[in-house]
Write a protein that binds this ligand. Structure first.
Ligand SMILES: Cc1cc2nc3c(=O)[nH]c(=O)nc-3n(C[C@H](O)[C@H](O)[C@H](O)COP(=O)(O)OP(=O)(O)OC[C@H]3O[C@@H](n4cnc5c(N)ncnc54)[C@H](O)[C@@H]3O)c2cc1C
Length: 574
């Protein structure tokens, strides 16, 4: 085993999506040139999954036209099925308008109204059109605006690409650094820092039918879990109503925001039976369940047990609107489903889309380990509770990117130096990776990954029930056991994508176990977690966050109270 290269910085930002880039810009601003910063990603920096965000970023910009911070906050809390922490929600709605203006100042080409002001479109569960957007490529433009802005501080920040974190170095609850694999050189690197911001995104590549990029494998959550940090509310997974069949590529909610219809095989807009007021723009959990019911009860198309689907009809919007507002959607539908939405409806069904759960963090994004923050989809503050509203996630990344960037920079300014980890800790973690690298067992890691995804699709999807979840948990534990017998064919450490896949699989197996075990324990239906055997919300027993920790025999669960400041739980009707 080679001696790892060592690098020391004041503050390390792990992940370069919207949350990581926003944190980096803020840390550079707050550090005033005095801090040695670093940002790292397992891909190229601008290839983070955030570039795929399509439809918009929610913010109240027009109180004079009837929107209000209180309304945005209430929509978010109601959308969350009353599991969101309300102090977090209030801070969020207050801060996001400033972020929209900042991005504007940094050069983002927001779509505009005829009068030249920033345009906003309707999104599911929002009672006012408040999604700010750049056509249907919002994340792409946000990422590039932040990346460009970061280059102004290029002298202060080291930018590491193709550097995959394999372990957080935390000893007796104190953080010292990150162990990573330099994919290009095939070498270990130890990155020491006084402070760390984890911004590694969500975990839904655990599912087979998903809207996520292939790289979104929950690494940061799994690394934190193994390092002893708590993960919160992992059973809450969002299924987006419009995953394009058969690929799962996202058709943005903006397609419905712009006026698209959901239609069953009788040609009916079936949402009238599920959410008569908000119709297609009800929150995602409600629309996803409605679609599954239509499919299961024979009013869909295709195979009800396979990729059964319903239709999204955009034809009435007309070519001009589709080409101007939804150009990417048109291109994606033509390329991936062979259908031009100007001429015919497109096949869609619910697809795994967002991790509401994540690393347990407080309202400032601070984790349980001093000097370590979490921001963006990897974190659970909890802003989204049991169900996130569309366009609130990119917004969260911007708000808590800023908050954690500033807080971590201040911490790094005060701390004298990075801690020194024990040599045996680093050696132990390197050995763990090398054992996987040199594994010569019979199990094919790609097949295991495939099986895991099938299990998650079938047993922990839109609808769940005790028997299926128990079977799912059993299957995941068997996969974990078989993971001990994987074999790698690629013998080189240089750009070994097979090794990357195995490291990701190890992470995904840990998280899948948590999601399913957490879902089994939560015997109620709330937001994105719908139990057929417990169809009602149960505030008496489950108005609480689930906290999972790694125990000697598997995950151990405890429960935390929900912060309710202004809006007591009520029945959710749309
Ligand atoms: C197709 C799609 C469209 C969406 N559209 C919208 C939208 O319109 N509006 C909205 O609000 N939300 C949207 N969302 C959700 C939103 O895009 C994401 O929640 C958000 O972009 C996540 O950003 P992030 O910064 O937390 O993580 P990411 O953008 O996923 O970035 C994670 C970073 O961490 C790095 N990383 C991960 N693991 C490691 C490791 N082991 N070592 C080193 N680096 C690592 C990655 O390389 C990457 O740089 C959409 C989601 C999808 C799937």
């Amino acid at each position: 085993m080679t001696v790892p290269t060592r690098r020391t910085h004041d503050l390390l930002i792990l992940g370069s999506g919207l949350a990581g880039l926003r944190a980096a810009v803020e840390a550079a601003r707050a550090g005033r040139g005095e801090l040695d910063l670093a940002i790292m990603a397992k891909t190229q920096l601008v290839r983070a999954h955030s570039v795929c965000a399509e439809g918009g970023t929610a913010a109240v910009l027009r109180p004079e036209e009837g929107d209000s911070l209180a309304q945005h906050a209430f929509d978010t809390v109601k959308g969350s099925d009353f599991l969101a922490d309300q102090d977090v929600v209030v801070r969020f709605v207050e801060e996001i308008p400033r972020e929209i203006v900042l991005l504007e100042n940094w050069g983002i080409p927001w779509s505009r109204r005829e009068d030249g002001r920033i345009d906003q479109r309707p999104f599911g569960g929002h009672s006012f059109p408040r999604a700010v957007f750049a056509a249907d490529k919002t994340g792409f433009f946000e990422m590039h605006t932040l990346y460009d802005t970061l280059q102004r501080y290029a002298g202060q920040i080291t930018q590491y690409e193709d550097l995959m974190a394999t372990s957080l170095l935390v000893e007796e609850g104190r953080f010292s650094g990150v162990l990573a694999l330099d994919l290009v050189r095939g070498e270990f690197v130890v990155l020491l820092a006084k402070a760390l911001i984890i911004a590694t995104g969500g975990a839904c590549r655990i599912y087979g039918f998903t809207t996520y990029s292939h790289t979104v494998t929950g690494d940061g959550m799994a690394l934190a879990y193994r390092a002893g940090l708590g993960l919160k509310d992992m059973e809450f997974v969002q299924f987006h109503p419009t995953g394009l069949v058969p690929s799962g590529v996202l058709i943005t909610e903006a397609a419905r925001g712009e006026g698209g219809y959901l239609v069953n095989n009788r040609g009916e807009r079936f949402m009238k039976d599920y959410a008569a007021k908000m119709m297609e723009l009800a929150p995602r959990d409600i629309v996803a369940r409605a679609e599954m019911r239509e499919i299961e009860e024979g009013r869909g198309f295709g195979e009800p047990q396979g990729l059964g689907y319903v239709l999204l009809d955009l034809r009435h919007l007309g070519p001009d609107k589709i080409n101007e507002r939804l150009p990417l959607i048109r291109e994606v539908a033509i390329k991936f489903a062979g259908k031009d939405p100007i001429e015919e409806p497109i096949p869609i069904r619910p697809a795994a889309h967002y991790s509401m759960g994540g690393i347990h963090a407080d309202i400032n994004g601070a984790t349980e380990v001093p000097g370590v923050w979490a921001a963006g989809e990897v974190s659970c503050l909890s802003l989204h509770g049991a169900n996130r509203l569309g366009s609130n996630s990119t917004a969260e990344c911007l708000v808590w990117g800023r908050i954690t960037g500033e807080a971590a920079a201040r911490w790094a300014q005060k701390e004298k130096r990075a801690r020194e980890p024990r040599r045996e800790t680093i050696a132990g973690e390197m050995e763990r990776v090398m054992r996987l690298f040199s594994a010569r067992g019979k199990e094919n890691p790609f097949a295991l990954r495939q099986e895991l995804r099938q299990v998650m699709d079938q047993k922990a999807g839109v609808f769940r029930e005790e028997k299926g979840l128990e079977e799912g948990l059993g299957a995941i534990r068997q996969l974990k056991e078989r993971f001990g017998r994987v074999g790698l064919a690629d013998k080189s450490l240089v750009y070994n994508t097979e090794l990357v896949g195995v490291l990701e699989l190890e992470n995904m197996l840990d998280l899948a176990e948590l999601i399913v075990a957490g879902a089994l324990a939560r015997k109620e239906s709330r937001g994105g977690h719908a139990r057929r055997d417990h169809p009602a919300r149960d505030d008496q027993n489950f108005l609480c966050h689930t906290l999972a920790r790694k125990g000697p025999k598997g995950p151990e669960f405890s429960y935390l109270p929900v912060t309710i400041t202004s809006w007591p739980p009520e029945e959710r009707k749309y």
